[in-house]
Every structure is written in structure tokens, then in C-alpha cells.
Design a protein around this ligand. Structure first.
Ligand SMILES: O=P(O)(O)O[C@@H]1C[C@H](O)[C@@H](CO)O1
Ligand SMILES: Nc1nc2[nH]cnc2c(=O)[nH]1
Length: 317
């Protein structure tokens, strides 16, 4: 085990810069303070020598991405102080520390969704913990329904941008008192998905000869857990949405708030049904099946992406 000493957010030991008193709001008492997340990060740093610079979130049925990790060290969510637990099939519920292409990484095998009963800020708690561990870039993957009529089941969509539908109704992971130690009160979101990462991802798709199945488009997250009605999907289509899911957007907002670079990838697991004449119905088993079908390609792709993204990470001052 590595000794834990040193200073903040560089993957050695995390210390809180200044104790802040945040204003009281309705549910402030239930929120996790900066200090609690420091405690979580220090617990993790005491359990592994790996000092991750890239974090990966595995989408539904995409947990095998973490099997890419060499010298893996797994920590179950239930053993991590202040961590929620995973309740969804296809989300194992552990953090995996290790190396992809010799790059130190941490992967979430299992994410938290709003429909599980967790508020958005809690769904995103691991992203802030990653930041405190020293992670500089987040790769968020998800399973999504393909709304763009050109998309096929099994395609991969590089997320160019998102529409924060839940945010339109005021449900935002950053809602409530802002702790400046994570980031600013009003973070910009126009460059949410890193341009270099997207460019590299298209190059890598060509190199791996999978560019015929790799798309780029706009993702939206709905609260779930039900899949969408025909009318809802037609509305989203009019808004310019290409793929529909139940995650990622709030994680990306949280990551950008604390200045992490972001790449997101959707696996198109089902066709969004936009006509009443269509018999197909979305279901979670199909989502998991498509994840299994694409697991080898996804593993190779993400492995190469990690190897290439590392060149674009900001260096420590
Ligand atoms: O965790 P992700 O966003 O990959 O999971 C999607 C959305 C729902 O959780 C589930 C529906 O099958 O897959
Ligand atoms: N909201 C939503 N999430 C999904 N996750 C996988 N497929 C879908 C879908 O069609 N809709």
C-alpha cells in the first residue's frame, strides 16, 4: 500500500483546502460535503497504489470494458465509505483500479441512475471522487436507443453534445449550494465534449476499421425507468436528438464543473420506435445482449482511446 501524505487532488493524499460553511437549503444536510468525498478518496488511495489519470464509467451491459484492465484491484461499492450501491442488472457495483495500455485508470463497473431513487448529485458523487483521486479525463459510456433513423443496433455514437432535458425542469446535479473547491457556480457547457478526444476517436475508428459503425451525435438523458412513448420520441427527434438514454448527462456536467475533460460513447442497443405501426418494444434484456455482442469491439476501441487520449491530458503544474 502506498503511503498517503502530500497535498490535494494529485492522486497522493487529498486534504481539504479550506473548510467552507455552505448556506442551509432544504436538503443540504443530506448532501455529501467536500470533506466527506475527501474521506472517500483517501480511503481508496489507501487501498491501492494505482493513481488513475483517466476514469471510465461502464454503461449497461458494458461492464466487460473493465476486463481490459491489467493488474486489476477491485473495491466493492458497499465497502467504500459514503458510496451508494448499484441496483441495476448489468451494473456490477465495483471500482476497478489498474492499467489500460499502461495508463493508470479507474473504472466504475456499475453506475447510479436517477430512477434507482438516487438524486442526481448522488448519482454523480463518484465523478467528484475521481477528481479527488487525480483523474483528469472521464470516458463515460452508455447504452442508448437510436433515434436517428440512420443508426443501426450495435452502432457506436461518439457524443458530440447533449440536451439536458431533466435540467430544463430544474433537476441538475449542481443544484443547491456550490462548493467552489469543485468548481464555479455557473460553469459553461458549450465545450462539454472535448474536441481533441472526438477527433482522435474518429481516427481510431478508422484505424480499427470500425468507422462504418461509429457515428457522432447528440445524446439526451431522461429520468426513466420507463422507455419512451412514440410521441415523446418524435418530440426528441424534432429537437435534434440522435440517441436517448438514462444517464451520462449529469455525470458530464459534474465532470466539467470540476474541470475534467470528457469523452462519451453511446452503444446503440435498440431502435427508438417513432411510429404506432411498429411492433418492437424496448427492453433491458436486449440492451444487455447488444452490450455482450459488442464487448470485444468496445474493449479494443476504449483501450486504444485511453492510449491516445493520455497525450491530451493537462500536466500537473
Ligand atoms: O447506464 P446506462 O445509461 O448505460 O443504462 C441504460 C439506461 C438504463 O439504465 C438501461 C435501460 O436498459 O440502459
Ligand atoms: N431512455 C432510454 N434509455 C435507453 N437505454 C437503452 N435504450 C434506451 C432507450 O431506448 N431509451
Amino acid at each position: 500500500m502506498a503511503p498517503v501524505n502530500a497535498d490535494i487532488v494529485n492522486g497522493s493524499k487529498v486534504t481539504s483546502p479550506v473548510k467552507k460553511t455552505l448556506p442551509e437549503v432544504e436538503d443540504n444536510g443530506k448532501r455529501y460535503s467536500y470533506e466527506m468525498l475527501v474521506e472517500t478518496a483517501n480511503f481508496l488511495l489507501s487501498k491501492t497504489d494505482v493513481r488513475p489519470v483517466i476514469g471510465v464509467i461502464c454503461g449497461s451491459g458494458m461492464g466487460s470494458l473493465a476486463e481490459n484492465i491489467s493488474q486489476p484491484e477491485c473495491i466493492a461499492y458497499e465497502d467504500i465509505p459514503n458510496f451508494p450501491i448499484s441496483t441495476v442488472e448489468g451494473h456490477h457495483g465495483k471500482l476497478v483500479f489498474g492499467y489500460i495500455s499502461d495508463v493508470p485508470v479507474v473504472a466504475m463497473q456499475g453506475r447510479f441512475h436517477y430512477y434507482e431513487g438516487y438524486p442526481l448529485w448522488k448519482c454523480c458523487l463518484p465523478v467528484r471522487v475521481m477528481k479527488l483521486l487525480g483523474v483528469k479525463a472521464l470516458i463515460a459510456t452508455n447504452a442508448a436507443g437510436g433515434l436517428n433513423p440512420n443508426y443501426k443496433i450495435g452502432d457506436l455514437m461518439i457524443v458530440r453534445d447533449h440536451i439536458n432535458m431533466m435540467g430544463f425542469a430544474g433537476n441538475n446535479p449542481l443544484h443547491g449550494p456550490n462548493d467552489e473547491r469543485f468548481g464555479p457556480r455557473f460553469p459553461p457547457m458549450n465545450k462539454a465534449y472535448n474536441y481533441e478526444f472526438r477527433k482522435v476517436a474518429k481516427e481510431v475508428a478508422k484505424e480499427l476499421n470500425i468507422d462504418n459503425m461509429v457515428r457522432e451525435g447528440v445524446y439526451t438523458c431522461l429520468g426513466g425507468p420507463n422507455f419512451e412513448t412514440v410521441a415523446e420520441l418524435n418530440m426528441l427527434k424534432m429537437l435534434g436528438v440522435d440517441a436517448v438514454g438514462m444517464s451520462t448527462v449529469h455525470e458530464v456536467i459534474t465532470a466539467r464543473h470540476c474541470d475534467m475533460s470528457v469523452f462519451a460513447l453511446s452503444l446503440i442497443t435498440n431502435e427508438c420506435v417513432t411510429s404506432y405501426d411498429h411492433d418492437a418494444e424496448a427492453n433491458h434484456e436486449e440492451v444487455l445482449d447488444v452490450g455482450r455482442m459488442r464487448q470485444d469491439i468496445l474493449r479494443d476501441y476504449v483501450s486504444k482511446l485511453v492510449n491516445r487520449f493520455v497525450k491530451y491530458l493537462p500536466q500537473n503544474p
